[in-house]
Design a protein around this ligand. Structure first.
Ligand code: FEO
Ligand code: CA
Ligand code: CA
Length: 628
């Protein structure tokens, strides 16, 4: 079977054998056009006809989801609903009075990355399993009386509201519903037992009093975006882990780089010692990883894959290279951090992978040079500056301190890498660089090359092509694909080069199997929907569709007030699209005021109700293909 980079395997559901990846005839048709510089008209040659078949929706400040005429968007799974664990389905409570135990079997908060998996023996267009990330919590919404008067029970509830929900969903007439109870239903959260694998497993820097082996840990948190392996497992990415630890050591270079301070954002360390770094200094080393989950086995133990490095992981785009080695592209969503790729030692030939496929290999970091060329620099202990004398005692320390290692070898500081997606027709890898208002400021990296704008408040989308079309290559060509912006602004630096609807702060990014590039925005809470400022014309956060051959961008969906749009996947027939609406009603203060939870949004349940992150499902009234 041809494994050339012609199909976005990582984003497709798997078949009923579930370890073999669905493939389409499209691959063979487009293989002939590989080598066309940056796509050109490659996609147009194989699809015939216009790619975007809907009328753009205007910017909105309404407190609802708006989709084009002829489409419907329905709520599928809210924070606080039971996920469907048999025998344990406490219902949603309007007043946030659910207990910590309830929350452990209810949908988490702040839905983010997501994938749809086929179920063996079931029609995947009618029934499947959604794995949904929950990024963080709004403690003012989560608890009836907010974050003040923190208790051990509140900390446990908060710990249970992050992580991942596994829910079975099925089509029901024109709509979809969560199947309750379901044998697949599961919550994975900050207290779920995990296994630690890869070069850090067992290393002294991973050991704690509760885990003297350094091979077992509790929990995953701040689960932002995701990835999918060719063998049908889910990868959840731990992003801003620094917000959960107290008593960081300002002399510790890794703590400083991570932004771990004295006081955590959530206060867990006050009731759970393991988040107090004065007592358990190694616990922070056990977060900031990519975690592999079997979405169809609720008894399976999630695995932290330390070969994939530690930082604020956003996404893990997985692809099988020509020679069968597995490549994982990853970004670090923090201002002036890096883009990475892992290349496995073992080849994937279908079926079950070698057990160490994501544990043995080489981690590289990207250097994007001026002039449109770039190289992947290995992060290998003993090579170049990655020595004990420079603070890297062994390979495990290189993995844990990957940011410092990347900087040491000369990686390019980027404008906050968010999602990555692979264009099946060309093999090009696209990345959203959401924004970076620090660029060009004194003491900060200057503008130029792959990060061309100082004070980059609108962000951009970059793409690269590996030399020879080989994803294991150590060199590549890059170009800026789109500069976000608003053409109506007086400042030429902020107008962008968008052909079609203006947008900024791109975050979620996904090529559907037709080759449409879906772009989701995360304009920051203090700017989004406001009547003044750089984003005054753009309204609430949105999802757009882009034809990569013409670069035309069209607004497909506008979200409710003060939300972010993130997470997108479709059924294989492309007739149902799942999208996440995260943090409607978010305030610019640390947490919502528990006495005024409905101040900025009451989506999705309406007046008087607290806002809730939720998965929605979008269908066409005529049953047609979404976006076509
Ligand atoms: Fe969680 Fe970088 O978005
Ligand atoms: Ca994101
Ligand atoms: Ca974001």
């Amino acid at each position: 079977m041809d494994r050339s980079p012609i199909l976005d395997e990582a984003r497709l559901p798997v078949d009923s054998g579930r370890r073999a990846v669905l493939r389409t005839g499209l691959g063979a048709a487009v293989a002939a056009v590989l080598g066309v510089p940056f796509g050109g008209c490659a996609v147009a040659q194989v699809r015939g006809g216009p790619m975007l078949g809907f009328r753009s929706v205007p910017p909105s400040r309404a407190d609802r989801v708006i989709v084009p005429d002829g489409y419907a968007a329905r709520v599928l799974c809210r924070w606080g609903e039971p996920v469907g664990v048999p025998g344990s389905m406490p219902p949603l409570t309007d007043d946030a009075s659910s207990s910590a135990a309830d929350q452990a079997v209810q949908s988490g908060m702040h839905h983010d990355g997501m994938h749809y998996f086929a179920i063996p023996g079931a029609d995947p267009n009618q029934r499947g399993v959604l794995a949904i990330n929950h990024e963080y919590t709004d403690e003012g919404l989560l608890h009836r009386d907010g974050h003040a008067e923190l208790t051990a029970e509140k900390v446990r509830k908060s710990q249970h509201a992050v992580g991942v929900s596994i829910v079975e969903v099925e089509r029901s007439g024109d709509a979809w519903r969560v199947v309750r109870p379901s044998r697949y239903a599961r919550r994975i959260h900050a207290a779920t037992p995990m296994r630690i694998a890869g070069p850090c497993a067992g290393n002294p820097i991973m050991r704690t009093p509760a885990d003297p082996t350094g091979r077992a840990s509790l929990g995953t948190l701040n689960n932002c975006a995701h990835g999918v392996t060719p063998w049908g497992t889910y990868l959840t990415c731990e992003e801003n882990f620094q917000n959960y630890f107290g008593n960081g050591d300002e002399k510790n270079a890794d703590h400083r780089r991570a932004g771990i301070g004295k006081r955590s954002r959530y206060g867990w360390e006050r009731f759970d010692d393991r988040f107090d770094l004065a007592k358990h200094p190694n616990e922070a080393n056990r977060f900031g990883w990519v975690v592999e989950i079997d979405p169809l086995d609720p008894t399976s133990t999630p695995v932290k894959r330390t070969a994939l490095g530690r930082w604020s992981h956003e996404v893990a785009l997985t692809h099988v290279a020509k020679d069968g080695r597995v490549v994982v592209y990853m970004g670090d969503d923090r201002r002036n951090e890096h883009i990475y790729k892992f290349v496995s030692r073992y080849r994937y030939t279908g079926g079950a992978p070698h057990p160490a496929t994501l544990d043995e290999g080489t981690l590289y970091v990207g250097r994007f040079d001026a002039g449109g060329r770039g190289v992947w620099l290995p992060l290998v202990h003993g090579q170049g500056p990655l020595t004990a004398a420079n603070g890297f005692a062994d390979q495990a320390e290189v993995q844990v301190k990957a940011r410092l290692a990347g900087a040491a070898v000369g990686a390019t500081p980027m404008d906050r890498p968010e999602w990555l997606s692979l264009h099946a027709a060309t093999g090009d890898v696209y990345v959203t660089l959401t924004n970076n208002s620090d660029r060009g400021k004194p003491g900060m990296p200057g503008a130029g090359g792959a990060n061309p704008r100082a004070d980059n408040v609108f962000g951009h989308i970059l793409r690269w092509r590996e030399d020879g079309g080989d994803h294991t290559s150590l060199s590549f060509a890059w170009e800026v694909f789109l500069l976000g912006g608003d053409p109506a602004l007086a400042d030429a630096n902020k107008r962008g080069n968008v052909n079609g609807d203006a947008f900024g702060s791109p975050d979620g990014l996904w090529f559907d199997p037709r080759g449409v590039l879906w772009i989701q925005t995360d304009i920051s809470t203090n700017l989004v929907g406001e009547a003044t400022g750089d984003y005054a014309n753009l309204g609430n956060n949105v999802m757009l569709a882009c034809d990569p051959s013409t670069r035309e961008v069209r607004r497909f969906l506008t979200g409710p007030r003060k939300c972010e749009i993130t997470g997108v996947i479709m059924t294989p027939d492309l007739r149902a699209m799942f999208v996440n609406i995260q943090h409607p009603g978010e305030t610019s203060s640390e947490f919502s005021d528990p006495k005024a939870v409905d101040r900025l949004s009451t989506w999705p349940d309406g007046p008087g109700r607290r806002p809730r992150s939720a998965t929605i499902v979008i269908t066409r009234d005529d049953g047609g293909v979404i976006g076509g």
